[in-house]
Design a protein around this ligand. Structure first.
Ligand code: MLC
Ligand code: AMP
Length: 495
């Protein structure tokens, strides 16, 4: 039977370690076996899930990957859930994706049990999924939908980005080729597994090539640095905030404590930064500390990775390089004209097999986001002596904080539910560690008071941790332009 390429390739890797967590290793063979059992359990009443959406909440590790592969092998669409999501966010994801069942671990089940009951969605516990069924798994064509990742944007609620297996495969092959992934590679995975950076760039690329992926529940800096010092890794991929945190950690250590860690970093064959702008100063500091020249690349949930500094050749601080294999890029000016010259800014538009299939259940939004077959990223760039440089985003309502894309509108909609708040505006303030940090300017109702701690604790059961405002400014009124529209640049000046 024809299997999906990612699964099919795994047979050849047999007893190699695919996943390493807490010093336990799981081989490719074990992954194939466990995912087949889980797939059979998911298929208890059917021969094929026929693109049913199966959401899952699992920490990074063997269970996560076995569940992901099981859903794919059973013909379903994976909807990975955010571990730190608040209840309303989980409810939105399950409802919007029209999820037909949720899979989780026993430990995490309390987080979704009541919600699944309320929404009448079956909840499956991974540890209890043992199937006696020996029904053959369906043949799943690569053109079918594979994954929905929720991404914030210029709409108040996140949109589900649907990719097919073909899209995912193209995104993987692009990176495997450009960054010369090897079966001997070992990479730490500490990024959240409901976003493309962790899922495609680290996990799927590693498993595609037969490498070993060492998982951590989150960015546990001390544990990870111990492993770096033990020379455990050949590759490292992270968001800029992580490099900033690593630099300040390394600077806090004595020369002796630092020596092995620096050696471990220096020995890696490649270190990559992406998901947000890497300040040139951080790039240079990292080289001074470790001798490694970070490779910065640019991507997006909807398109996979698009631009990258070269694996061989000049890695230029402040720039994101050139189009990756199989990715076509063009720049469109404000006047909607093609930019052909260097030093002229334009919106990045992307075409290629890695570009997503659709926004789930949003045909009009999908259509509007393309210009004659080219995906409009909303990011501005310029070409300078052959390399693209990202200049910023077209929308002020999109914030990138710690590598997470946040919608100002989504946070504003939540804040407006607070009885003390009459009006509010969320902006991203520049921040050395987080890139941008979420800041709120609010107009209070008559006689009300509010401080940042009270606001954050009120928000906590409504928004994930990383979306909570970090700064609060109480204003008499929000600055508006002649049309009555709130002007965010003017708000930024108030902080
Ligand atoms: C957390 N904190 C923040 C914050 N997030 N403060 C300001 N801004 C933020 N965004 C605060 C917390 O409130 C807490 O404060 C303290 O920092 C520690 O919180 P934490 O959550 O424990 O932080 P940490 O674990 O260190 O997380 C940092 C991080 C994480 C960088 C590891 O944010 C992360 O994993 N980011 C990666 C996201 C990602 O993968 N994006 C890729 C999307 S895909 P206190 O006071 O309570 O201690 C994409 C496409 C592409 O973008 O191109 O790749
Ligand atoms: P997401 O929607 O979470 O996938 O985030 C994608 C966005 O992250 C892009 O549209 C860019 O705005 C931003 N981004 C990713 N990589 C970079 C980079 N290297 N430099 C600047 N911005 C980046």
């Amino acid at each position: 039977m024809k299997e999906l390429p990612l699964i099919n390739r795994a047979h050849a890797y047999g007893k190699t370690a695919a996943i390493r967590s807490d010093s336990t290793e799981f081989t490719y063979e074990e992954l194939l076996e466990r995912s087949a059992t889980l797939a059979a359990t998911l298929l208890i009443d059917a021969n094929d899930l026929d693109e049913a959406r199966i959401a899952f909440l699992a920490p990074a590790g063997f269970d996560y990957v076995a569940t992901q592969w099981a859903i794919w092998r059973a013909g379903g669409v994976v909807v990975p859930l955010c571990l730190s999501a608040a209840d309303p966010e989980l409810e939105y994801t399950l409802s919007d994706s029209e999820t037909s069942s949720v899979v989780t671990t026993r430990e995490l089940s309390t987080k979704v049990e009541a919600l699944c009951q309320r929404l009448n969605i079956p909840l499956l516990i991974i540890e209890e999924m043992e199937s006696a069924s020996k029904n053959p798994l369906p043949e799943v064509d690569s053109s079918r939908r594979a994954m929905i990742l929720y991404t914030s944007g210029t709409t108040s609620k996140p949109k589900g980005v649907v990719t097919t297996h073909t899209n995912n495969q193209a995104q993987i092959e692009t990176l495997v080729e450009a960054w010369e992934w090897q079966a001997t590679d070992c990479i730490p995975l500490f990024l959240p597994l409901h976003h493309i950076h962790g899922i495609i760039n680290v996990l799927c690329c590693g498993l595609w090539k037969g490498a070993t992926v060492e998982t951590f529940p989150q960015f546990e800096i001390d544990t990870i640095l111990n492993r770096v010092a033990a020379d455990a890794y050949s590759l490292f991929m992270a968001v800029p905030t992580i490099y900033v945190k690593l630099i300040s950690k390394l600077e806090s250590l004595t020369d002796e404590e630092r020596a092995n860690i620096i050696h471990g970093f220096a020995n890696m064959r490649l270190m990559v930064s992406g998901s947000a702008a890497l300040p040139a100063s951080v790039h240079e500091q990292w080289t001074d500390l470790t001798g490694q020249k970070l490779l910065e690349r640019y991507g997006m949930t909807e398109i996979g990775m698009a631009l990258s500094n070269p694996f061989h050749g000049e890695r230029r601080p402040g720039a994101v390089g050139q189009p990756l294999p199989k990715v076509e890029i063009r720049l469109k000016s404000e006047k909607n004209e093609l930019v052909t010259a260097e030093d002229e800014p334009g919106e990045i538009q992307v075409r290629g097999p890695g570009v997503f299939h659709e926004y789930w259940n949003r045909p009009e939004v999908t259509e509007e986001s393309f210009d004659n077959g080219w995906f409009r990223t909303g990011d501005m760039a310029v070409i300078e002596t052959g390399y693209y440089r990202i200049m910023g985003r077209l929308s002020v309502d999109i914030i990138k904080s710690g590598g997470y894309k946040l919608s100002a509108l989504e946070i504003e909609a939540v804040l407006l539910q607070h009885t003390a708040i009459r009006e509010c505006a969320i902006i991203g303030l520049p921040d050395d560690t987080w890139g941008e940090k979420v800041a709120a300017a609010v107009v209070l109702e008559e006689g009300e008071m509010l401080d940042i701690e009270a606001l954050r604790s009120w928000c906590r059961d409504k928004l994930s941790n990383y979306k909570l405002p970090k700064q609060l400014l109480i204003v008499e009124s929000l600055p508006r332009n002649a049309m009555g529209k709130v002007t965010k640049p003017a708000i930024r000046e108030l902080f």
